[in-house]
Design a protein around this ligand. Structure first.
Ligand code: SIN
Length: 531
């Protein structure tokens, strides 16, 4: 019997999952909040880390990629999940190329492999220099639309999922909001691939739709959520106060040799880590934050790279960044660019096994909203697209064959219940963003976390319309999960830095479930479709 698969989200994970399902002869439904590819994937600059024959000929290996990922993850990754991630990368590249993705190659047709922080080898495939995300969503979007025209894929756009309906202990339908109407669609299995949480912060590299929807939906349905204390801050967002809207500058620019300089002219990373500007992202974000607290401004300086490589090198290698900077009168080849850390990625999410299964039967997760346990406490650069697509493909295969009660069977974690939310003071998005930016950021501190928890656990989301309210409720729930997880992890590790205990210490993975009273009860509409 053909299974009805429903995929929520249309970034790299969602679109590739839909295409994978089509290739297995099923007719999936792809539900997306905006339009195909409008999410985080399209913003990706650096690229896709993967093992290629060219990389192997230059000494790279699966083991080297595994080892770099484990090191960046600060001892908190699941090693077998990381091995799966890295082993699956060559096959993923082959599949993407078959779907029309063209990675950059030199005139001899060899891949142009980039380098990013904490990678021991050049292994980053990119598209259009620094427009990898756009290249991916264009190719995957075109493939999805052609399957839609052929009648093999149903796309429901501008539809915001608002509930995962659970019947007899498994997810069996999705409730969603479209054109102001609530609708319900039943499914044998549901994949959440809704991306990140950037809208929780005043400054983020994520687009507007990154409101933690998949995590909140899964948590309310009863799935375990883990590692939410590990929020990654990208070190080099162009100062959003002076130059609003320019966005981040890819780590690949530092991979080409750019430096971080303070306004006293010091290349401060030399004192902090022997890898200097190519230290892991958490180390660099913290170092910049410390500079700022000490009263310095920080700049990215690539002028010597241009001088060494020749005029026009940076514009050719990073055309999109060059154009965005030019629009506000900055030139990567001639100016020092003011930068600051900004929220970028969430390592934690819906806890999943190697096949994308959550702890709740019928529910699968892939991409940034999932925690496939490959990123540990700090994600290695350019492993996010790889994670999203490797585990999306694996999830679809499992969704087609799993028994009705199959779910992630994972090693025990430190398992906790989020205290029940209390109805309380209204909170709107600017207030929530202010609290998160002040207390759930690069540095965390116990008393500030306690105050945040006291405020958020007794807050009621307030917004002008139903859709905005749904997003704000999702962000509020994610913020509560981050705050509780950050308070519970009293030691620093990777991107989670507790000022009271700065020395990094590994510890157990904590997984969280909502208290039974916070899990969403079936709505009348959902009950109707099960009648
Ligand atoms: C970047 O290009 O710096 C971002 C890449 C990533 O987040 O992996």
């Amino acid at each position: 019997m053909t299974r009805q698969l429903l995929i929520i989200g249309s970034g790299a994970a969602g679109m590739l999952a839909a295409l994978e399902a089509v290739s297995h002869g099923v007719h999936p439904v792809l539900l997306t909040k905006a339009e195909l590819g409008a999410g985080n994937t399209g913003e990706a600059q650096g690229g896709l880390s993967a093992l290629t024959a060219l990389g192997v000929s230059r000494g790279d290996s699966v083991q080297a990629h595994v080892s770099d990922t484990l090191n960046a993850g600060a001892g908190h990754c699941a090693p077998h999940a990381v091995s799966t991630l890295c082993q699956d990368s060559p096959d993923l590249v082959t599949r993407l190329e078959a779907l029309g993705v063209h990675f950059d190659r030199d005139p001899a047709k060899n891949y142009q492999l980039g380098l990013e922080a904490a990678h021991s080898a050049h292994r980053i495939l990119h598209i259009g220099g620094d427009a990898t995300g756009k290249g991916l969503v264009n190719a995957l979007g075109a493939a999805c639309r052609s399957q839609q025209e052929a009648g093999a894929l149903e796309i429901i756009d501008h539809a915001m999922a608002t509930e995962l309906c659970v019947r007899e202990g498994r997810v069996s339908a999705v409730r969603y909001l479209r054109d102001g109407q609530q609708q319900v669609r039943s499914a044998d299995a549901v994949l959440v691939a809704t991306g990140g949480i950037g809208q929780l912060y005043q400054s983020s590299t994520n687009p507007a739709g990154a409101t933690g929807d998949g995590i909140a939906l899964a948590a309310r349905a009863g799935a375990a959520i883990s590692d939410l204390e590990f929020v990654q801050f990208h070190p080099t967002m162009v100062d959003p106060v002076k130059y609003p809207g320019v966005g981040m500058i890819s780590e690949a620019v530092r991979g080409e040799g750019a430096w971080l300089i303070n306004d006293a002219g010091e290349r401060f990373m030399l004192q902090i880590d022997e890898r200097a500007e190519l230290a892991p992202r958490d180390v660099i974000a913290r170092a910049i934050h410390a500079q700022q607290l000490a009263g310095y401004q920080v700049f990215l300086d690539a002028r010597h790279v241009e001088a060494a490589q020749g005029t026009g090198f940076l514009a050719k290698r990073f055309p999109s960044i060059t154009a965005r900077l030019a629009a506000c009168g900055l030139d990567l080849a001639a100016d020092q660019i003011p930068v600051t850390p900004a929220q970028h990625y969430l390592m934690g999410g819906v806890l999943t096994d190697l096949e994308g299964r959550s702890t709740l039967p019928g529910l699968y997760a892939a991409g940034e909203c999932a925690n496939s346990r490959v990123h540990g406490a700090n994600r290695l650069a350019s492993n996010s697209l790889l994670d999203a697509m490797v585990f999306a493909r694996r999830a679809i295969r499992a969704m087609l064959t799993d028994s009705a009660d199959q779910h992630a069977d994972l090693p025990p974690t430190d398992s906790r219940r989020l205290p029940a939310a209390r109805t309380g003071k209204p909170i709107d998005l600017p207030e929530l963003q202010r609290i998160a930016t002040q207390t759930l950021a690069v540095y965390r501190e116990a008393s500030a976390l306690q105050q945040t928890i006291a405020r958020l656990d007794a807050s009621t989301a307030q917004a002008a319309d139903e859709r905005t309210l749904a997003e704000l409720e999702n962000l509020l729930l994610v913020a509560r999960l981050i705050a509780h997880a950050a308070l519970a992890r009293t030691q620093s590790l990777g991107a989670h830095y507790r000022v009271e205990n700065p020395e990094p210490r590994t510890g157990e993975r904590t997984s969280w479930q909502l208290s039974p009273t916070d899990e969403r009860q079936h709505t009348d509409e959902a009950k109707e479709i099960f009648a």
